[in-house]
Write a protein that binds this ligand. Sequence first.
Ligand code: MN3
Length: 255
Amino acid sequence: MASHMTRRTALGSAVALGFAASSLGLTGKADAQAKTDMPAKANAQPPTVFTLPPLPYAFDALQPHIDAKTMELHHGKHHQAFINNLNTAAAEYPGLLNKPIQDILKDLASLPEAVRMLARNNLGGHANHSMYWQIMGKPGTKPDSEISAIIERDFGGLEKLQTAFNTAAAKVFGSGWAFVTVSSDGKLAIEARPNQDSPLMDGKRVLFGNDVWEHAYYLNYQNRRPDYLKSWWNVLNWDKVSERYKQAKAGTLVI
Ligand code: MN3
């Protein structure tokens, strides 16, 4: 009974968030608001609506490192497809996706088998891409002193991080992602994952990550994934990375 109520309380927060872009990084606050505004009614479950977070910059903002056409298709078609699939699933399986995204992803095993792979791929894809848009931006930012010190401590410096990260990303066979995860005490680690899997699926938090599906780079780089990986560091928004690092340590980083 107690767990049932916990689940109901969680429902309200996910619905209110709708997982819009505005919720990124702000979930702690929105969550608290939702819990006080939305009483847990037994028979009032609005359908979960997933929305595509707007790109926080123009399609051509990352040129020449990532071209405008790639960004337009990647955001407007690939990410949108995850959103469409999730909305179809949310209508077909009422209630199952009505929880904060990070809570669903860390407990995929509890979902019915019919929904599990769908959630793994599409909710994973939604989380990964929402993070990816956020941590990129106009070229030119630099790691601040706090992040620089952490990178020095955990990797021996930025160049070593970049080399290790790019090596992990280059080794992804087929489609997948490379991530830098951040623990609650601020320790960084590199992880590669296949498909749309995410460290969120192990309850971890992602500081930043790079998409190494071919759709992320093929128009410009074709088979030259290493060139994309190298160039991608130019568009990593270090200001955003710092913000996410602080949120991770404060326990407010969501996805
Ligand atoms: Mn992608």
